[in-house]
Design a protein. Structure first.
Length: 761
């Protein structure tokens, strides 16, 4: 049994003391809140006057109890969102209201004015939850497993939707809402049964270590497709529900409005979202500007879908998808926004949904039977649809079985659909309660079933190799770059820096900001010349990026990108160091420096370079071109020592060689010592790592090992002998006032026969 399975199996016995302690500590504050709330707003109970104290007490209870039960569910191997939903059920008429009805009514009064206050926060929570779901949607993963995911999502939505719609048409009249056509309630029921919860599916797949497995990617990709298709169906269903009837005009308006919105969003909308987020990140000095921009984008897109006749949830979901694709969405910003949603809005929304659930109605034998029938139909429809889609998509029987178990998780998505249907009057309270009960039971049954089925899916040999390569790439420097900053002027060094930056951006099309610096030493005409996105180093970067993209066009779809490089040019009045320091606060993974004053008369680095390097906290690439017009390299030499710094330099050299399709040599100088056999073996191991890394990217790397010679002499001798026109060297800054990387780097900088790039990290 693997470690997660052992941990889950041992939980009940381990957690009894901790659960008792948690419940004991949380019960007293909860009772105190309830009692103090009763006294605080007893005067407002008779009048229909909304009370801020009541709202505050409701929020505290929903957050505290939801977090407590969510923690318990997590330790039992269940999704924490189920604990938040159960918190609302326990605080509602199902338990709290049955045990102490007067106090429950005092804390959660039914007055419309008071209920509206909590509903307003809950509805905003729905939009934020859909925003977060969209941000977690990986469209590249969907494209990667497109065939299987498409087949699974189509059958996985169509079969349970048909089952749910049919069940809705056959349900007793007493379960149908008054004032709405039965067909609309049936559409809601079919929608609720057809969508899987991407959050819960992804969480269990991640816990099982299947995130990067072939089957895990198909499961998550299929859930993403189902979620996307489902929210389109939901938007159309809501549009029909708001119209109150189904006719050709309302159906056409909803379908065409949704199609137009999606087309606009994934064409011009994608670019507008990126520009808005970058503008907020780069223009504001106050705290959290990107978070504010994200919330505004979500609100605008939600309102747009409202005005075209579909529900706001579609706008929030699509906004999340576009925001998640933006490179400006750093991990720090993502965590800030995620913390707000998960800590506040999620327990409030799911708790308020639970408050509307009255499980005491299941004492009625007919309603209890209907709940069991709904659970059976929902499970059969989703299981059959997913299993059929898996077989069509080419999965084995075991894989299709695991897939079917995963897709039966509903959870948060069904609760959102049911809550919105209830608020619009399209679902009755009884039918809403039955749907919530179905969502809770199927969701809690899914994790153990999925763990059992995934444990029986063997790993293929090619899959094992791919996972090993992905683990290596996850630790590398270049693949994890998201944004670059160029500090350049119009000198030959600046143009070479632009060319090399374009090769590094390559087909990944990293957003790049060019700081057009004005440095002393050139003619007045050269200093006055402006750098634009269509001239100078920026244009050099654009052209070499296009060449690199073409050179790698045979790579995977995930590595392909637009041939137009995303470049922003800034002309700032401050001197170089101040401009770099101000710009660096906006978040960059690498600074590339290419200026005229790179080398001082003494042969050391010029003061201008030292000041710019000191102004940037992070990796810096210093470009020192050779000659009046240095060109892109036709052959590259990279010295390696086995350190993390030299390995990063090797990654950059491989990226350059890959973009140029040119020769690359990795040189290791073995230190002289008592055991020459050991040092040579160690050198070959270091070289072997670089050669293997180059092979992963299709770059043939020639190994070279030198012994019994000083490192600077070995590097310069190799550079002169084979006439390399670019030397890439990883260095670390030494203490002191001047910019110094050690004697070896100083000798290479002074005497190298070709251009040099120093990567400082």
């Amino acid at each position: 049994m693997d470690r997660p399975a052992r941990r889950v199996a041992a939980l009940p016995r381990q957690l009894r003391p901790s659960f008792a302690g948690i419940i004991g500590k949380a019960a007293a504050p909860a009772v105190a809140i309830a009692l103090s709330t009763t006294a605080a707003f007893a005067a407002d109970k008779a009048a229909d006057v909304p009370s801020e104290a009541v709202l505050l007490a409701q929020l505290i209870l929903l957050i505290a109890v939801g977090r407590l039960l969510g923690e318990i569910m997590t330790r039992l191997g269940q999704p924490s969102v189920m604990g938040m939903l159960l918190a609302g059920i326990l605080l509602g008429p199902s338990l709290f209201g049955a045990l102490w009805p007067d106090l429950q009514q005092a804390v959660f009064p039914r007055s419309p004015a008071q209920k509206t206050m909590l509903d307003g926060i809950a509805q905003l929570g729905v939009l934020l939850l859909l925003l977060l779901t969209g941000m977690e949607t990986d469209l590249q993963l969907v494209r990667k497993v497109g065939k299987a995911a498409l087949a699974i999502s189509i059958t996985g939505v169509a079969v349970p939707f048909a089952c749910g719609f049919t069940l809705g048409e056959l349900m007793p009249e007493t379960l149908m809402p008054q004032g709405y056509q039965r067909v609309i309630a049936s559409l809601f029921l079919g929608t609720a049964l057809s969508i899987s919860s991407i959050k819960i599916v992804a969480a269990i797949v991640r816990e099982m270590g299947f995130t990067r497995r072939d089957l895990g990617q198909i499961i998550v990709g299929s859930a993403i497709c189902e979620d996307s298709i489902g929210w389109v169906i939901i938007a159309i269903t809501f549009g029909l529900a708001e119209a109150g009837t189904i006719d050709a005009a309302s159906v056409t308006r909803s379908v065409l409005g949704t199609a137009a919105f999606l087309v606009a969003s994934f064409t011009i909308g994608r670019r507008l979202v990126f520009l808005t987020m970058r503008w907020a990140n780069d223009s504001f000095e106050s705290d959290f500007p990107v978070v504010s921009a994200i919330l505004v984008i979500m609100g605008v897109m939600a309102l747009t879908t409202h005005f075209i006749g579909v529900h706001t949830v579609l706008g929030a979901f699509v906004a999340g998808v576009l925001i998640g694709e933006s490179p400006i969405l750093s991990k720090h910003v993502d965590e800030q926004l995620r913390g707000l949603i998960l800590a506040f809005f999620m327990p409030v929304f799911f708790g308020s949904s639970g408050l509307s659930t009255d499980l005491t109605i299941l004492r009625d034998p007919m309603l209890a039977i209907m709940a069991l029938v709904l659970i059976a139909v929902a499970s059969f429809g989703k299981f059959a649809g997913a299993f059929l889609g898996g077989k069509i998509g080419g999965l084995t029987r075991r894989e299709a079985l695991a897939l079917a178990c995963a897709m039966n998780a509903r959870g948060s998505t069904e609760v959102i659909v049911a809550s919105l249907g209830l608020s619009m009057g399209a679902l009755s309270h009884d039918l809403f309660t039955i749907i919530v009960a179905m969502a809770v039971i199927t969701t809690m049954a899914m994790p153990p079933m999925l763990r059992w089925s995934l444990a029986r899916v063997p790993m293929r040999k090619d899959e094992k190799q791919r996972l090993h390569l992905e683990q290596l790439e996850a630790k590398e420097f270049v693949p994890n770059l998201e944004r670059m900053l160029l500090a350049v002027d119009e000198s030959p060094n600046g143009k070479l820096a632009g060319r090399l930056a374009g090769l590094l951006a390559g087909p990944r099309n990293l957003p790049t900001t060019v700081l057009a610096l004005e440095t002393a030493g050139g003619s007045g005409r050269e200093r006055r010349r402006d750098i634009t996105p269509e001239s100078g180093p920026a244009q050099e970067a654009r052209e070499s990026q296009a060449d690199a993209t073409a050179a790698q066009s045979s790579g995977s779809d995930a590595q392909r990108a637009s041939s137009v490089m995303d470049i922003t040019v800034r002309h700032l009045a401050e001197p170089g160091p101040q401009a770099v320091a101000a710009e660096a606060k906006k978040g960059y993974g690498l600074l590339v420096i290419g200026i005229r004053n790179t080398r001082a008369r003494s042969g050391a680095f010029h003061r201008d370079v030292a000041e710019i390097v000191s102004a940037f906290e992070g990796p810096v690439a210093i470009v020192a071109g050779k000659g009046d017009s240095p060109q892109l390299p036709a052959s590259i030499l990279v010295p390696v020592t086995g350190t993390e710094t030299s390995r990063r330099a090797a990654e950059m050299a491989i990226a350059f060689a890959r973009g140029r399709r040119c020769a690359l040599t990795a040189l290791c100088v073995a230190s002289t010592g008592a055991s020459s056999v050991d040092t040579r073996a160690q050198a070959h191991a270091i070289i072997g790592d670089v050669v293997a890394m180059g092979g992963r990217y299709g770059v043939k790397t020639r190994p070279a090992v030198r012994t019994d010679v000083a490192p600077d002499e070995a590097i310069l001798g190799e550079a002169r002998r084979s006439r390399y026109d670019l030397l890439v060297m990883g260095v670390s800054r030494r203490p002191g006032e001047r910019l110094f990387f050690g004697d070896t780097a100083a000798a290479v900088f002074q005497d190298a026969p070709g251009s040099v790039l120093f990567l400082v990290s």
